[in-house]
Design a protein around this ligand. Structure first.
Ligand SMILES: [Zn+2]
Length: 135
C-alpha cells in the first residue's frame, strides 16, 4: 500500500460506495445488500458509483501527469512535452503517487497492452534523470 499523500486522501474522499438499502431489492446490484428473486440477478452497477469512481480515477491520473509535467518543466526549464515521452510522464506520475516500480509496470502494461517490467520502469527513470541532467 503506497503512503498516503494529501492528494491520495482526496481521491479516497471522492470515492463513492454503491447504493445500499435495507430493502435489498432497491440496492445497487454491486452493493452488499443487493437482493433479487430473479433467475438472472443484475450484476451491473445502477447507482452511478462505478461511473463516478472511473471519472475520479481519470481526473486523479490527469492531475498526477500535470504535476509530473510541471515538475520536469521546473527542473529542466523546458516544456515537459518537448522532452518526456508519454511513458516517461506516466512513470514520474506514478512516482508522485508513491507507487512502487512494480505497480507502475503493471499499470503501464494494462494501459498499453505491451509488457512493462520493473526493469523497463527503471530504464524510463534513468532516461528521465538523464534528460533532466542534460538540459
Ligand atoms: Zn452501484
Amino acid at each position: 500500500m503506497p503512503k498516503q499523500t494529501p492528494l491520495s486522501k482526496l481521491k479516497e474522499m471522492a470515492h463513492r460506495e454503491h447504493y445500499e438499502c435495507e430493502d435489498g431489492f432497491y440496492a445497487c446490484p454491486k452493493s452488499e445488500s443487493y437482493y433479487s428473486v430473479s433467475e438472472t440477478p443484475k450484476t451491473e452497477c445502477d447507482c452511478g458509483a462505478d461511473e463516478h469512481n472511473a471519472e475520479v480515477e481519470k481526473v486523479f491520473e490527469e492531475i498526477l501527469v500535470c504535476m509530473a509535467s510541471d515538475l520536469v518543466s521546473m527542473v529542466s526549464g523546458k516544456r515537459s512535452a518537448e522532452i518526456l515521452s508519454k511513458t516517461e510522464k506516466k512513470v514520474v506520475a506514478g512516482f508522485l503517487d508513491g507507487k512502487s516500480h512494480l505497480e507502475i509496470a503493471k499499470e503501464l502494461s494494462e494501459e498499453s497492452g505491451r509488457s512493462f517490467t520493473v526493469h523497463s520502469v527503471d530504464n524510463a527513470f534513468l532516461r528521465v534523470r538523464r534528460k533532466l541532467r542534460d538540459k
